[in-house]
Design a protein around this ligand. Sequence first.
Ligand SMILES: [Cu+2]
Length: 286
Amino acid sequence: MRTVFRLSAPAALFAACIMFSGVAFAGLGQPSPWQFGLQQSATPLMDDLRWFHDFLLWIISGISLLVLVVLVYVMVRFNARAHPTPSRITHNTAIEVIWTVVPVLILVVIAIPSFRILFHQVNIPPSDLTIKVTGKQWFWSYAYPDNGKFEFDSLLLQDKELKPGQPRLLSVDNEVVVPVNKTVRVQVTAADVIHSFAVPSFGIKMDAVPGRLNETWFNATKEGVYYGQCSELCGKDHAFMPIAVRVVSEQEFANWIEQAKKKFARHDGGQRTAVAAGGSPAAVQH
Ligand SMILES: [Cu+2]
């Protein structure tokens, strides 16, 4: 028993250190080995979410410790051997008021920043551009309605197609490209089953529901590539429809739009229908 205690103390300390220093292991835009907490933030929204997560971590750690201390105290002080004649008290108004009011106050303290963040997420600020995201079995299609009539599919890169530095199971053939420091309105829908468009470093996750147009937004403040994944179980290749968002300068974005207009021009007069692609991602490469 002693040995267990002797070993568990450093282990608990180690776990606590990792928990509270999650930043050290957290990747930006993609997960990193030994990551414990959330991914690093690339948007003001994710800054808020990370802050809220850490804030809650302190609160739940404090409550857990308090409960542990009280439990251990009761076990040691009031066991049958140490305290053979139990007291017969059944009510104590002061204690009952305290254990009702204190949790209520804790919940109020949690609710205030929680509702503030929720409002920040749902209340979309005036946007600089809109992208429309359509979830399909099992890839994503992207359109830029205010930047020309083009739409493209974004499919998982197979292992043999990966270039050095591209993460496995997250890289795609056609990345979404957006300008840095611009508010991007994301309209999310699906063509077959429910998917979910999620990019951890942006702090966004929005269900993609057939027949419904959901909206979310982000404003990426750092250039780079940010990866996400479909976050709604959507069929056998659910795990193989990653999201890759490349954040570039305004000039690079303008150049990309010009290229994209040619590369992804619709040849079907805009009558493109969402075809559920059967088979594995490899089978729908085109
Ligand atoms: Cu999906």
